[in-house]
Every structure is written in structure tokens, then in C-alpha cells.
Ligand binder design. Structure first.
Ligand code: SF4
Length: 416
């Protein structure tokens, strides 16, 4: 069984376990949905009928839970759950994929995660628009589930290789550990494309606040995985500077419902705090050992986000002390700078708006017409954490109605 197949199998098993957990917690789910309905009525009185309470679920895994389990069908229409920029593959600029394609066609082995393999570049490199195209054209591309697998493989053959280090804070501690423990062989270097999540959250809030025609973000379901490393404190500026309630949430449907209750409770009382629902994994200060390793190995840079452009202090690159592990230095690759960044989404693709909660996938004219999981055009349709991919795979399924019926919720909403 290939790595990709075993990862898919593991995800299917995890999804089944989640579904069973949700169904076995049906009474709790009913209690939460009743509380959400009551709080939304309180809020409608406070803000006026027709006001939309936009809550951003930052992380792709939260969006998966919300869509797969039909959470939107369990809550009143006044509460709008929108996905955020929490898919690292979706926000990796096309430029870096193009550089990786070039290297692979020049004979350097490129190790990559499965979803990056199919990510399409905006410019064609010798006929290749993705690493998968490059491989078909004879390029050296290998799909791996982690940097550890790349290290093992690179040691076994001794040929020149790079690891495409795409991810958020969670994954960066693994890269830092591999470097500090000198696990990386001399023939392997890292192209660090790690992104930091809070700056993207601030950007989304700012953009939606700028336009009076847009519903502002009123609450944030903050990412659980990232927060195990950063601690919930990373999200405190959202509540302190913007006055928006934040809940660091777990990934089971019950976690998400509990987090929505907490956000609405805070809004009803005029509070704005950052709280942890996912207490079984997240603390306020996070993993201090991981944070120290990351700070030692990486420096923070202004970084480009696909379709969006540069966000201040939103990326990690290797420090000079670790230059021997740095693919940028080894292959004299130029990093992107604001003057060189060009809008990098295909014509018609609305990923730039989808990832900041400004548009829904179904508002893109290409959604499930020209762009589908089998024929992705934009980056949000490629990764399993991409909002368009999640909506395409689960949004139209019958599971949402199934759960809503079993909770006897349709009677609560005249429009359902
Ligand atoms: Fe982009 Fe495809 Fe999503 Fe449209 S449906 S926004 S083209 S990824």
C-alpha cells in the first residue's frame, strides 16, 4: 500500500470514529443546538433581525468537521460559519511550486506531501503545471507523509534532494527538531515555506471590516492543532485588539458546537475573550520546548500568501546558522519579494475570497463545473483541507439532513 493510500485509509477510519462519537453524543448535541438557538434569539434582539453573526472557523480540519457533519444545518440561519485561511497548501504561492518543478526537471529529487503533488502552478515550466506533471515528464518527485520519511529515503540513495516544507506552526517544530538533532543528511535540504496563522486571521478580519457591505467576523473558532504549539495566547490579540470572542476548539462535532455556544454566550454579554475549549490538548502558553526550537532554527519574515500577497511577519525561513540545510541557499533560489509577487490565481478562481471568508465556494462560477476534486483549477480544490474541496466532497451529501432529522431540528427553522 502506498503512503498516500495508507493516509487516506487512516483518514477514513478517523472520520468513522468521529461520526460514531458524534452519534453517541446525540443528547449533548441536542442540548448545544438548543442553547445556540436560544442565544441566537437573544442576539437578534440585541443586534436586530437580519443581522448575520459571521463566525470564522480558521482551520481546514474544522471546516471538514462542520461540512461533513452538517453543522450548518443544525444552527439558525442568522449564524454564518465561514471557512478561513487554514489550508497551507491553498496559500502557498505558485512561484515556489514552479521553482520546485524546475529543480525536479533538473534531476534534484523533490519530496512533497500528497496534496502539494497535484497543486497547479500558474505558469508552465517546460510543459509542467504541477509536480505531478513534472514527474510524468521525467522529473524526480517523491510523495512522502513526513520529513522523517524523506530523511530515510534521502539517506538510502545519497542523491541531491529537497523537501518542500509546506505547513503551519504545527509542522515547523518537526522541521526544527530534525535540524537541531542533525537528522538531515548532507544530500537533503529544506525549502521552508512555513506560514504563521495569526497574521492571516488579522488580515481576514481587517478586509471584512473595511467593506460596510460585508458582514464582519463576530467570532473565531481558532485552530486546535496550531494552538498545541503556539498556545491559545497567540489568538489573544484577536479578542484584545479587535474585541472578537475566540475559542480554541477541538475537532469533534461536539467541540465545534460547544465553541459556537461559547462565542454566542460572550457576544450576548458583550464580552471578548480568548478561551480554550480544546483543553485536552491546548494550554494558554503552548509547547514551550517546540516554540524554543522553532525560534532557534527559523526567523520570521514577511511572506506571500497565494492570491493575497504579502502579510507582515507571516512566514518562517531558516536562519543563517542553518544555511547548510537551506534549499534556497543551496540552489541559489530567489525568495519572493513584494515587488516581484504577481497575482497567482487562475482566471475566474475566487480562492482569494474563499480563504478570507468573503465568498463561499458555491459563489465561484467554476465550482463543480470546470473545477472539481478530479479536475482542480484553483488551489482550494486540491488539498483535503481546501474549502472548495471539502464543499465539493461533502457539502451536497445527505449526512447533514440525516443528522438534522435525527435531532428533530427541522421543526425549529421555517426555512429548512
Ligand atoms: Fe478556485 Fe475552484 Fe474554488 Fe473556484 S471552485 S474558487 S476555481 S478552487
Amino acid at each position: 500500500m502506498s503512503n498516500e493510500e495508507s493516509m487516506t485509509l487512516a483518514m477514513i477510519k478517523a472520520a468513522k470514529a468521529l461520526e460514531e462519537a458524534f452519534r453517541s453524543n446525540i443528547e449533548l448535541a441536542k442540548a448545544f443546538t438548543r442553547r445556540i438557538k436560544n442565544l441566537s434569539e437573544v442576539l437578534e434582539k440585541k443586534y436586530g433581525t437580519g443581522f448575520k453573526f459571521k463566525i470564522m472557523d480558521f482551520c481546514g480540519t474544522h471546516e471538514w468537521t462542520i461540512t461533513h457533519f452538517g453543522i450548518r444545518s443544525l444552527i439558525p440561519p442568522s449564524i454564518e460559519l465561514v471557512a478561513g485561511p487554514g489550508c497551507p497548501v491553498c496559500v502557498t504561492p505558485s512561484y515556489f511550486i514552479e521553482e520546485a518543478i524546475k529543480l525536479s526537471l533538473d534531476g534534484v529529487i523533490v519530496y512533497t506531501y500528497g496534496d502539494v503533488y497535484k497543486l497547479r502552478s500558474i505558469r508552465s515550466i517546460k510543459g509542467a503545471n504541477s509536480l505531478s506533471d513534472a514527474k510524468a515528464l521525467g522529473g524526480s518527485v517523491r510523495v512522502v507523509p513526513s520529513i522523517i520519511s524523506a530523511i530515510r529515503d534521502a539517506r538510502s540513495h545519497g542523491k541531491e534532494a529537497i523537501f518542500l516544507g509546506i505547513g503551519f506552526e504545527t509542522i515547523s517544530s518537526g522541521y526544527a527538531q530534525a535540524i537541531l538533532q542533525e537528522m538531515i543528511p548532507p544530500n537533503l535540504t529544506l525549502m521552508s515555506l512555513v506560514k504563521l496563522t495569526p497574521p492571516a486571521m488579522f488580515h481576514s478580519i481587517d478586509i471584512l471590516r473595511e467593506k460596510p457591505t460585508e458582514s464582519p467576523i463576530m467570532g473565531v473558532i481558532a485552530p486546535g492543532h496550531v494552538s498545541t504549539i503556539t498556545g491559545a495566547k497567540a489568538w489573544a490579540p484577536v479578542s484584545e485588539n479587535y474585541g472578537i470572542p475566540v475559542v480554541v476548539s477541538g475537532f469533534e462535532p461536539i467541540d465545534v458546537l460547544a465553541s459556537i455556544v461559547e462565542i454566542l454566550r460572550q457576544l450576548s454579554r458583550g464580552e471578548a475573550k480568548t478561551v480554550i475549549e480544546y483543553t485536552r490538548a491546548v494550554s494558554w502558553h503552548g509547547d514551550l520546548v517546540a516554540q524554543s526550537m522553532i525560534a532557534k532554527v527559523f526567523e520570521t519574515v514577511d511572506d506571500a500568501w497565494r492570491g493575497i500577497g504579502f502579510l507582515p511577519k507571516s512566514g518562517l525561513r531558516l536562519r543563517r546558522e542553518y544555511a547548510k540545510y537551506d534549499a534556497f541557499r543551496e540552489y541559489k533560489l530567489e525568495d519572493l519579494i513584494p515587488e516581484k509577487w504577481k497575482y497567482d490565481l487562475p482566471p475566474g478562481c475566487r480562492c482569494a475570497e474563499v480563504i478570507i471568508g468573503k465568498a463561499k465556494p458555491i459563489q465561484c462560477p467554476l465550482f463543480m463545473k470546470k473545477c472539481s476534486p478530479n479536475t482542480p483549477i484553483g488551489p482550494c480544490m486540491v488539498s483535503i483541507e481546501g474549502t472548495c474541496s471539502i464543499w465539493a466532497r461533502f457539502g451536497a451529501g445527505g449526512l447533514a439532513d440525516d443528522i438534522a432529522k435525527s435531532l428533530d431540528l427541522f421543526k425549529n427553522f421555517s426555512n429548512k
